[in-house]
Design a protein around this ligand. Structure first.
Ligand SMILES: O=P(O)(O)OC[C@H]1O[C@](O)(CO)[C@@H](O)[C@@H]1O
Ligand SMILES: [Fe+2]
Length: 187
């Protein structure tokens, strides 16, 4: 038997995993995701980086694990806080664990029927993402929100239905407060 080799890596103070595969998502990669289209077009002139992912991934095999850090930058499109695209797992019954490292935010989770949960996150918070729940993280603070995700190597990403339908709730700032409001475009 040819064994894989164990290893340890240290996540640096900026959330970077040395040697990991880096993915950058700018606002232009997220057309159609934010509610306020006018505010989206306006901010697109700057095309800010919304988040970066540093992923250590294995072959898509049952039993193995991937892990990744995400650095989700602070910002808003209109009154809606910056967020990750959000996804179901391609293998929908695969669960996931998130661990918050820095900054302030939360996770929006949703079942295929559109039932929503919001879990606030601060450094030290562990979030259990159960099988079948779509998940999106949101930065509700004014510094980068950094967290680690650990997920089955064969989970995959299913962005399709979130891209089309969105989440049933929007996470917005109203009168200086973080609020969840109904998404008027939710189908
Ligand atoms: O895949 P999205 O929805 O853009 O969000 C990125 C985050 O989600 C993950 O895919 C884990 O669920 C990580 O790679 C990363 O932490
Ligand atoms: Fe996931």
């Amino acid at each position: 038997m040819e064994y894989k080799r164990p290893f340890g890596v240290r996540i640096d103070e900026n959330g970077v995993i040395p040697g990991a595969k880096k993915l950058v998502r700018r606002l232009s990669d997220m057309r159609g995701y934010f509610y306020d289209e006018k505010a989206y077009e306006e901010l697109l002139k700057e095309d800010p980086v919304v988040y970066e992912v540093y992923a250590v991934e294995q072959e898509e095999k049952d039993g193995d694990l991937n892990f990744a850090t995400t650095i989700l930058y602070p910002g808003k499109v209109g009154k809606e806080f910056f967020f990750t695209k959000g996804h179901f797992h391609a293998k929908a019954d695969r669960a996931e664990i998130y661990y918050a490292l820095k900054g302030k935010g939360g996770m929006l989770l949703q079942t295929p029927e559109g039932e929503v949960e919001w879990v606030p996150m601060e450094p030290g918070t562990v979030v259990y993402v159960p099988p079948y729940w779509a998940h999106r993280t949101v930065n509700t603070g004014d510094e980068p929100f950094i967290f680690l995700a650990i997920y089955p190597a064969d989970a995959g990403h299913d962005y399709g239905s979130i891209k089309e339908k969105g989440f049933a709730k929007l996470v917005v700032e109203e009168n200086g407060e973080v609020k969840l409001i109904d998404n008027p475009r939710w189908k």
